[in-house]
Design a protein around this ligand. Structure first.
Ligand code: AHN
Ligand code: ZN
Length: 344
């Protein structure tokens, strides 16, 4: 019997893209089970995401314990609620490597909170308290705007939230913005012992460390998670990150293959990093077992792992490119809508 699953999602804009996929299960004759799944994937509006970066940057650096941080938090909560999410503010306190006690807030936006099947999307919403990159000479002791480092991932996910409202699905989606990711200690490469390096790892990602030990719903276990970090710079490249490949290699391969099929192979490069990057996904996977991967810009040129603007005062609107936001956002939307339609 042929089963046709016809468009199941409301078409609300002319930007909706159609992707038809044939899939057949191997355990039955193909002609009996061939299934035409037609999934509507909304178009990701990069202009909208760009404005969401601008808006965050306009608050100033979003460093915990500052007014800008508080104001931006209020705005993010209001945006997520406006897009139809049920929002939880998870307050916590964490001691930074400097000894400062940070008042942090993880922002949890639940779409379809009652749905059993769920996926999770993450970014960090704080920006770094200092500009201590080796490449930086400018205002090294001052906080950074973090247009890319923090702002871009949040902006992409706000636009995803807007699309979820405009093009509803049955599946549950949790957009979680982690706080205090970027208040960590850079290890002094030369002096670092293995032990010092291990200790410094734990100074990063304080919000996700807290959340992963204090889940907003007990036993929370989405099917998978996707973390976005530094997804807005011009000519960004996203190799397959080391921890992601340890945690969920099949998920990484699926997403990168999908991105390539969408024509985004220049961004989602088929290259595997040998090392893992200390980021929120590492702590989430370690503490919860949730399979989560990181889409993160790694330039690996001039001895700099991330872009030249990374942890410098140049991480401002000048380095944000709508094309990069579009590519990442469209891939995330494709994953979400395909998963909801049973064809990812
Ligand atoms: C470190 O290099 C220690 N962490 C990379 C993760 C990060 C920092 N993402 C944004 N800022
Ligand atoms: Zn950073």
């Amino acid at each position: 019997m042929k089963k046709y699953i016809l468009p199941i999602l409301k078409i609300t804009s002319c930007l909706v893209l159609t992707v038809g996929i044939f899939s057949c299960k191997n355990d039955k004759p193909a002609e009996e089970t061939a299934t035409l799944v037609q999934i509507k994937i909304p178009g990701f509006t990069a202009d909208s995401a760009y404005v969401f970066v601008e808006k965050q940057v306009a608050f100033g650096p979003r460093v915990p314990n500052t007014t800008a941080h508080q104001e931006c938090k209020n705005w993010l909560v209001q945006k997520l609620e406006g897009f139809g999410a049920k929002v939880i503010e998870q307050n916590f306190e964490a001691k930074a490597y400097t000894g400062t006690v940070l008042k942090g807030v993880n922002i949890i936006g639940q779409f379809n909170p009652a749905a059993k099947k769920r996926i999770m999307l993450n970014a960090h919403w704080d920006s770094r308290h200092i500009a201590d990159s080796k490449l930086s000479t400018e205002r090294r002791n001052e906080p950074i705007l973090g247009a890319d480092d923090g702002g871009s991932g949040v902006a992409v996910l706000l636009e995803v939230a807007r699309q979820l409202q405009a093009n509803p699905i049955d599946m549950g989606v949790d957009i979680i913005f982690f706080d205090a990711e970027d208040y960590g200690e850079h290890k002094e490469e030369a002096a670092a012992t293995q032990e010092a390096e291990m200790r410094s790892m734990e100074t990063w990602c304080l919000g996700s460390q807290y959340w992963s030990k204090n889940l907003h719903v007990s036993g929370y276990k989405p099917k998978f998670g996707i973390l976005l970090d530094m997804v807005g710079a011009q000519n960004a490249r996203f190799p397959k990150e080391g921890f992601s490949m340890q945690i969920a290699p099949a998920l990484v391969d699926k997403i990168w293959k999908l991105a390539k099929a969408m024509g985004y192979g220049n961004f989602f490069v088929d290259e595997q990093l040998s090392g893992g990057i200390t980021d929120d996904h590492y702590f989430v996977a370690r503490n919860t077992g949730i399979p989560i991967i990181d889409i993160i810009h790694v330039s690996n040129k001039d001895g700099q792992t991330f872009g030249d603007h990374w942890h410098t005062q140049n991480d401002n609107m000048n380095i944000i490119d709508k094309r990069t936001l579009k590519v990442v956002g469209q891939v995330v939307l494709a994953v979400v809508y395909k998963e909801a339609g049973g064809s990812f």
